[in-house]
Ligand binder design. Structure first.
Ligand code: URP
Ligand code: ZN
Ligand code: ZN
Length: 466
């Protein structure tokens, strides 16, 4: 048995902040005791980590990533190996990635493909949601089996007709199934049919630059789809989790639904909190670096997102990490914004950007841990194994230096992508030591992890349902 002792840090969880020593045996946290107490002073260990002046926080849980996602004729540029290594560097110790059912394929086949991509390659722990692209009798039955084996959430798309899109009837059927089997429906809420009309009209009028991606994907079409998804979930009696919320009108729909007592949840992402349509409008096709869906919005929307995070109308910040290199991938859309692969890199940046939000006064320290660690773990059935520091939890722990200064840059990041969406941004705070299930994987700017350390995590159903 190996024992690790983390001494003298400020332990921050979603529930409390306490100066405590943390004792780890093998892969688990076994005890916490007040720093300087006789109990803590009596502990011995093989490895002692001095955390004085640092935060001791749970490893981040990023509940929305797309490693190697096929999109627009290319693949997201991070593999499970490179993407989870970058996650570790940034203090994230669990990802939940999206396995994809292609049209005409079974859920099982899609899930097997994702297991094959990930197994033996991950630096940190991982789990899967399932994208359902083809709702039929067979896939509805398969949803039951997946919930039983620990894949307890299913993403459906109101966007991307002809690829991932489901019509309202299919969505309703999947929601009804989720209501029965406990699976949580995750919704990409944009009216893709209407958006495609606007795309066609924009291109016909010669509006081909990246900024038109943002203009045609209208705020109202996110709000309308969000409203419709809420109503369909209500009819089905199912819970609903809306992914990558970016428009203030969509936040308002979620707030209304929650005020009515519905089991409706919302996630936003760092790109919507820190970036805007100003980035999409950058000249010389640079705006392509910021093409994602839902799209970046005018800056004014950021206040509503921060407010939603403070009032709990939004509960989770995930990255929607879906990187495509500028050279050779984003460039596929030169002359036609609709051909730019959708997605931004961010799995390495999320914990730091949200700590910067603490520094900037948008959220408290405990809310930082709640939206980035505890709530995603609870939402997707991983708590208290993940998302907190408590006896019995996995020893996924980050020793975080709140005073370190960093400048975010592609020159220093570890994601397999040739640009950073946050290039040049100054952030305060940095993960100094990252522990995944008791193993130090990053320490003082050295990577000590290995592909294959990360283990597949089966999940319980959502732990927030009333
Ligand atoms: O632009 C995005 N979000 N790309 C990834 C696919 C998705 O819709 O989440
Ligand atoms: Zn989506
Ligand atoms: Zn996504």
């Amino acid at each position: 048995m190996s024992r690790t002792l983390i001494r003298g840090g400020l332990v921050i969880t979603a529930a409390e902040e306490v100066h405590a020593d943390v004792l780890v045996e093998d892969e688990s946290v076994v005890a916490l005791a007040a720093t300087g107490s006789t109990v803590a002073e009596g502990w011995t260990a093989d490895t002692v980590i001095d955390a004085a002046g640092k935060y001791v926080i749970p490893g981040g849980v990023d509940a929305h990533t797309h490693m190697e996602l096929p999109f627009g004729g290319t693949f997201a540029s991070d593999t499970f190996e490179t993407g989870t290594r970058a996650a570790a560097w940034g203090g994230t110790t669990t990802i939940v990635d999206f396995a994809v059912q292609s049209v005409g394929e079974s859920l099982r086949a899609g899930l097997d493909t994702w297991h094959a991509k990930a197994e033996g390659n991950c630096a940190v722990d991982y789990a899967f949601h399932m994208i359902v692209s083809d709702v039929d009798e067979n896939s509805l039955k398969e949803m039951d089996l997946l919930v039983e084996e620990g894949v307890t959430s299913f993403k459906l798309f109101m966007a991307y007709p002809g690829v991932f899109y489901s019509d309202d009837g299919r969505i309703l059927r999947a929601m009804q199934r989720g209501a029965d089997n406990g699976g949580l429906i995750m919704m990409h809420a944009e009216n893709g049919i209407a958006i495609d009309v606007l795309v066609e009209q924009a291109l016909a009028a010669g509006r081909t630059d990246p900024r038109y991606h943002g203009e045609v994907r209208r705020e109202l079409l996110e709000a309308e789809a969000t409203h419709r998804a809420v109503r369909l979930a209500e009819v089905a009696g199912a819970p609903l989790y809306v992914v990558h919320v970016s428009a203030q009108q969509a936040v308002a729909e979620l707030a209304t639904a929650r005020d009515r007592g519905l089991n409706v949840f919302g996630e936003t992402c760092p790109q919507y909190l820190f970036l805007s349509t100003d980035n999409l409008a950058e000249p010389d096709f640079e705006g392509a670096k910021y093409v994602c869906s839902t799209p970046l919005r005018p800056k004014e929307h950021q206040a509503a997102l921060w407010r939603g995070l403070r009032t709990n109308d939004l509960q989770v910040v995930s990255t929607d990490h879906c990187p495509f290199c500028f050279v050779g991938q984003k460039e596929l859309g030169r002359g036609d914004f609709s051909k730019i692969p959708n997605g931004l890199p961010g799995v390495e940046n999320r914990m730091d950007l949200l700590h910067q939000a603490v520094v900037d006064g948008h959220i408290s320290r405990r809310r930082w841990i709640e939206i980035a660690c505890a709530t995603p773990a609870r939402m997707f059935g991983l708590y208290p194994r993940k998302g907190t520091i408590a006896p019995g939890a996995d020893a996924d722990i980050v020793i975080y230096d709140p005073d370190a200064e960093q400048v975010v840059s592609a020159a220093t990041h570890h994601m397999n992508v040739d640009y950073s969406a946050y290039e040049g941004k100054h952030v305060r705070g940095k993960a100094r030591t990252v522990i995944s299930r008791g193993t130090v994987v990053v320490d003082q700017d050295r990577y000590l992890g290995r592909a294959g350390h990360g283990r597949y995590q089966t999940r319980e159903t959502c732990q927030y349902l009333v």
